[in-house]
Write a protein of this length. Sequence first.
Length: 370
Amino acid sequence: MPARLLVMGAGSAGAENLIRSLRGADSSLVLLGCNDDRFVVRHSAADARYVVPPPGSPRFVPALRRVIRQSRVDLVIPTIDRHVQALSDARADFRGKVFLPAARVIALCRDKYRLTTALLRHGVPAPATYPVREPAGVDEVFARLGRPSRVWCRPRTGTCARGGAAVSTPDQARQWMAVWETMQGVPISAFTLAEYLPGREILCQSVWQRGRVVLANTFERLAYFGADNIPSGVTSLSSLAKTVVEPGVVDVCRAAIAAVAPGVSGAFSVDVKEDADGRPHVTEINAGRSCMAMTACDRAPKHNIALTYVRLALGERVDFGDAYDAVDDYYMVRDMDIEPGVFHADEFFDEVHDASRAAQFTVRLGSARS
């Protein structure tokens, strides 16, 4: 009987990428979708769509259990951290229907200060990070960091680079945190100040089974949605990314997950930033899910990481030999209201007319007319 999967957040861009990826990998799968927004879920390409209360509502667990029972769901797939946390908190109610790391691992990874401290304690490269306890303590943190030209200021919890900014002085840091405390209710004591890493940003996705990495791949983020509208210039929402072959990054990510989650099973999405010398540092780990945007690239590697996650979750033994499924130079281009495109570097200018070169443009137009 085909597996029946319930994708949370259905209708959102990330969840729809996942649905497309799974459907393309195995057309026998029954793909159901749920969301707490009835307008967004209506947009989903899922085989059936359900409105459920939001995570945190006392009606969330009963409603989700009702969908699981009536629709004979084999596996519930979270697509954002809020889903992961809600399923983890109620995992006794969803026994056998979720594929998540232990609750303590999820909690550790959601607290960026605790995570960074744990990584450094185990010798895993991570940016030096200090908690902000009060405004007056910011000067001391800058001094500990060696008074650099830039320091990364962000809340110790949260996603999508929310509240993050590179600041140059203690006063800038205090002003930035004061804005968030006044306008968003995020207390200054919830912030951290960390070493600023100026290099490339690389994402490593991986799925694990009992402490063994089964499949991993890597992407470099090149451009971001909304980057011009925020001081940091970065978000977790990539508008342009490409596949990269970076075995050294994978080694660091393996060490990070093994350090904080020995014997673990489930999915992990690890953010890595390079320092000025190109050395990779782990800046964030999303435990319990992959980066949904990058499932758009699942057609490029040999193995589909979303389908591998499902197979492991349903109890299959999967072994590809070499767990690092690396391909180079496939670009993912995303924009609002269109399906993401995936192109190899060699294909980028196929059927694209270069208007800056008159002769070439004329020839290509002529061939297009014919």
